[in-house]
Design a protein around this ligand. Structure first.
Ligand code: NDP
Ligand code: MG
Length: 384
């Protein structure tokens, strides 16, 4: 029997690579549903190609157009439609490859139903880490990361004795602006920021990689996935993106996970887990690579990592506020409404204004997300 897979965010960078992984699975994976934000035409095309009968679009207008153009199945609409798709799809596994905190609702719906979750949407864990992991524990659903560093750590830690791990290290390519000072970052353009040296990804995460906010989000992701305290999770810059993660053991040995950067590896790992499947990716030959280099993070030039760590340690709604402000600031930068250095400035000021509050239920998070978006949008507005 094939594993029935629902792909949320199927039109994106992770989503389309996941469809490639499915095509190479020899029938072990079967797609039973697809969703997108508003790109209804590519979504309908995917549904036709894969013989899928149920799709969802977060944007109501796009949903209406899809329903007109595609009459071979059901089109669910709006954020509620995405949740309905999760609940009604009969999936054994959901891949959440939505970008941003819009992914939280579907993450909660998936785990709440006791369905296993392959999670690329790291924002779900940043925003709602404690509640999300508690929900998975309560229903017994498995939570498997789809992120190169976390896949590395997940794989390295499988089978280690309890108490063996001393420290986790995730690597950062350093992004397109590695080595620049803060002053040299003032005038960088959107085009330069989108030119990632080693990975080809969606726009938002590519900017997060340029500011290093991505590593801040990933430190929180690691904390929630593995239950490791923040002071035992480190980041090191590694421009070649060959080593993805490192686990330091209590006896002084370290385990590393290596491979050429290709997201199909983490995607296939999560979709086939606990089995393994072959992939025709470029093989690692160390003598061809020659040299691997490592350097510390320049936190003065890239304050987003410090802001993320501070919000993480503050806890409560602070990570949710940080994430929402970051989403607003990144979109404003991509639209040319905010300079690159305005991104950390807007985030820091939003955090200062809103502070942190305890999280009692998911509703506290949705409310903090809305308030932070409003505050950050006002700050962007005030700067222009
Ligand atoms: P993309 O921007 O390429 O794709 C995002 C997907 O989410 C698209 O299908 C998009 O639909 C959909 N979407 C956008 N907004 C909404 C919304 N409000 N509601 C529902 N669906 C929406 O992103 P990526 O694939 O790069 O990233 C997805 C997630 O995976 C992110 O959380 C990212 O951090 C994480 N990730 C990505 C990696 C990568 O290599 N790309 C690596 C590690 C993690 P539409 O096409 O209509 O806009
Ligand atoms: Mg990553």
């Amino acid at each position: 029997m094939p594993r029935r897979l629902l792909i949320l965010g199927s039109t994106g960078s992770i989503g389309t690579q996941a469809i490639d992984v499915v095509a190479r699975s020899g029938g072990e994976l079967e797609v039973v549903g697809l969703s997108a934000g508003r790109s209804w035409e590519p979504l309908v095309e995917q549904a036709r190609a894969l013989g899928v009968r149920r799709i969802a679009l977060a944007d109501p207008d796009a949903g209406a157009r899809a329903a007109e153009a595609w009459t071979d199945g059901e089109v669910l609409v709006g954020p509620q439609g995405l949740v309905e798709l999760v609940v009604s799809s009969g999936a054994d596994l959901v891949l959440n490859a939505i970008v941003g905190s819009a992914g939280l609702g579907p993450t909660v719906a998936t785990l709440g139903e006791g369905i296993d979750l392959a999670l690329a949407n790291k924002e779900s864990l940043v925003v709602g880490g404690e509640l999300v992991t508690a929900l998975a524990e309560a229903t017994g659903a498995r939570l498997i990361p789809v992120d190169s560093e976390h896949t590395a750590l997940h794989q390295l830690m499988a089978g280690l004795p309890v108490g063996a791990v001393e420290r986790l290290v995730i690597t950062a390519s350093g992004g397109p602006f590695r080595g620049r000072s803060r002053a040299e970052l003032a005038g960088v353009t959107v085009e330069e920021a989108l030119r990632h040296p080693t990975w080809s990804m969606g726009g938002k995460i590519t900017i997060d990689s340029a500011t290093l906010m991505n590593k801040g989000l990933e430190v929180m992701e690691a904390h929630h996935l593995f239950g490791t305290p923040y002071e035992r999770i480190d980041v090191v810059v590694h421009p070649q993106s060959i080593v993805h993660g490192l686990v330091d053991l209590v006896d002084g040995a370290s385990l590393a996970h290596l491979g050429h950067p290709d997201m199909r590896i983490p995607i296939a790992y999560a979709l086939h887990h606990p089995e393994a499947a072959p992939l025709p990716t470029r093989r690692l030959r160390l003598e061809e690579v020659g040299r691997l280099t490592f350097e510390p993070v320049d936190v003065d030039a890239f304050p987003c990592l410090r802001l993320a760590r501070e919000a993480a340690v503050a806890g409560g709604t602070a990570p949710c506020v940080l994430n929402a402000a970051n989403e607003v600031a990144v979109h404003a930068f991509l639209d040319g409404r905010l300079p690159f250095l305005g991104i950390p400035a807007v985030i820091e000021e939003t955090l200062a204004r809103l502070g942190t509050e305890p999280v009692r239920a998911f509703e506290s998070l949705y409310e903090a997300d809305r308030r932070a978006r409003r505050a950050a949008a006002d700050l962007v507005e005030a700067r222009v």
